[in-house]
Design a protein around this ligand. Structure first.
Ligand SMILES: [Zn+2]
Length: 287
């Protein structure tokens, strides 16, 4: 008989005195300041010290943008069928199940209808915490439906992007969404309904390569990562060091890829003013 036996019971730490501070304080990853979570929330999740725009979820985004934070959900029953029965490190079906339970959403998108400064608008907001806001068949279809609704009813469309790009687990099905949304947007343009694209941190890959850059107005939040391929891949391909601030909103604005950078606190009024300006000819005709 062994004279030493390992106890299989794990150490009981339930009696340990602990102060729970989790969730009360947040550290800003730009200025390293520790911020009280309530101060951050009150400041629209923008760092009060350095103006760093924190990532926010799609529901918070809609609440900030629409009057009284109220909106009606649309197209929220769409769900992916995992067409390729794809498995990488784990099955795609498991990833979907997990993302659904964590976010309470069916996929990485919320379609909503609400009022923005008293004007009815259609909004599609992407949810980054759902598999990196990646665009598969459901996101593609939801955005296309939003575009088609806006076209039919001649309502303004606002798409808020936060995405790592096409969803690799759906292969070519995800890539087809780029063409599908883009052609719906072309029809929308013919109908003269305004489309405002809001690019938030991060907007990359196929999303940047299609609808995020196709707005009548393309606006971004300060400091957002916006690009197609990541900086490391580009550096390896062109064998050159990339300039400072490459692929951030400010760099893109300077190089003519964006129309404006708008602070989160000004976003709602900025969009309202832009829509007012874009729709003025329509109002003049109907009068
Ligand atoms: Zn900060």
């Amino acid at each position: 008989m062994a004279w030493f036996k390992r106890q299989s019971v794990e150490l009981d730490t339930s009696g340990e005195k602990r102060v729970k501070t989790e969730g009360l304080w947040v550290k800003c990853d730009q200025c390293r300041q520790v911020i009280w979570k309530k101060d951050l929330d009150a400041n629209l999740n923008v760092c009060p010290k350095c103006d760093r725009h924190f990532r926010i979820d799609a529901r918070t985004r809609l609440a900030y943008l629409l009057d009284d934070g109220k909106y009606e959900l649309e197209d929220d029953k769409l769900a992916s069928t995992d067409p390729l029965k794809f498995t990488d490190l784990k099955p795609y079906a498991d990833r979907l199940r997990r993302a659904r339970s964590e976010t309470g959403l069916n996929d990485a998108i919320i379609n909503a209808r609400g009022k923005l400064n008293n004007e009815t608008v259609i909004v599609s907001a992407m949810e980054y915490s759902f598999i990196g806001g990646s665009m598969g068949a459901v996101v593609g279809e939801a955005i296309t439906r939003a575009v088609e609704k806006a076209t039919e009813e001649r309502l303004p469309l606002i798409v808020i992007s936060a995405s790592g790009g096409a969803r690799m687990m759906e292969g070519v099905v995800s890539l087809m969404q780029l063409a599908k949304i883009s052609s719906a947007l072309a029809r929308m343009e013919d109908a003269k309904a305004p489309y405002i694209s809001v690019l938030t941190d991060p907007t990359t890959g196929g999303v940047t390569a299609s609808f995020a850059m196709l707005g009548d107005l393309n606006i971004a939040e300060p400091g957002a990562l916006i690009g197609f391929a990541g900086p490391r891949v580009i550096e390896q391909t062109i064998r050159q060091k990339l300039p400072e601030g490459f692929q951030r909103s400010e760099f893109l604005l300077e190089h003519g890829m964006l129309d404006a950078i708008v602070h989160r606190r000004d976003l709602k009024n900025y969009i309202a003013r832009a829509l007012d300006f874009m729709e003025r000819p329509k109002a003049a005709i109907s009068n």
